[in-house]
Design a protein around this ligand. Sequence first.
Ligand SMILES: Nc1ncnc2c1ncn2[C@@H]1O[C@H](COP(=O)(O)OP(=O)(O)OP(=O)(O)O)[C@@H](O)[C@H]1O
Length: 304
Amino acid sequence: MRTMTLAFGSLGSAPFPPEIQEHLAGLDGQLRQDGERQAATSETILDLVGVTLSFGGVVALTDIDLSARRGEILAIIGPNGAGKSSIINVISGVYRPDRGHVRLSGRLYTQVPTQKLARLGIARTFQNLALFKGLSVLENVVIGRAHTTRSSFIEQIVGLGRARTEQTDARSRALNALEFLHLSHVGDRLAGTLPYGLQKRVELARALVAEPDILLLDEPMAGMTATEKNEMAGFVRAARDRFGTTVVLIEHDIGVVMDLSDRVAVLDYGRKIADGTPHEVQRDQRVIDAYLGVATENENGEGI
Ligand SMILES: Nc1ncnc2c1ncn2[C@@H]1O[C@H](COP(=O)(O)OP(=O)(O)OP(=O)(O)O)[C@@H](O)[C@H]1O
């Protein structure tokens, strides 16, 4: 059953909670406030061309063209089973498309090499939490720097020279990421002991510490309260504003999507049926039809 709720504007322009806003603004004066978003450059950093993917007889994606520009927040939405996760998994190299290709910063891949993902400038979070629950929050975030390690196994065991420099650097960057996401106070806690919403934020910290060009977020606000969603949306926006990161996210809460995204791509049955600004997509008849029967009219019988 297709269960997506079409609640356009449910969060509207809900403000980023004041204490978080104050914290972010005070970090080093570099953060831009809401409404002063860093404009996405016209440089296309991610390009999917004609991507088709099937599992046996099930066609998950059909001839998908999709691109994202540097510094853009792109949301992928669609009913359950529409192919959203499949796109993220193609971009991150988990699935190899039957046809089509992915271009990252101009380089062409039929399949993105998963093991080189971080070095290619891509970091991701997962639909279900993927933290090491028995490690501290800080240790979890330090792992996000693993791709930068050049020292040998022996050097790391002994903890000398290059290994020590790398560890110090990783720890320092992880501490900065924790501060940026307002998590410093839980850095020493075991990740598994944190409330769910904070664990999701730790995942974001681990992805951000890799300093990715492209951040893939698979339902980053799933299971969160409205307040937690607002906080998370604010942090995602702040990360983009501060680092110029391109964000590609899947999110079921359309209110969050409309408020946070620069552009929205809509999938239905594995096909892209719309791609535009939140305003454009919201009024697209094909999108409304895709969710037919769920809040497509207001009380006066007018389309929303
Ligand atoms: N590993 C797989 N094996 C077989 N079929 C799959 C696999 N992954 C996805 N599919 C199928 O491909 C289609 C698209 O699935 P996908 O998970 O990409 O959709 P989605 O939009 O992310 O859905 P949801 O919102 O429920 O997470 C569905 O029909 C799904 O059953």
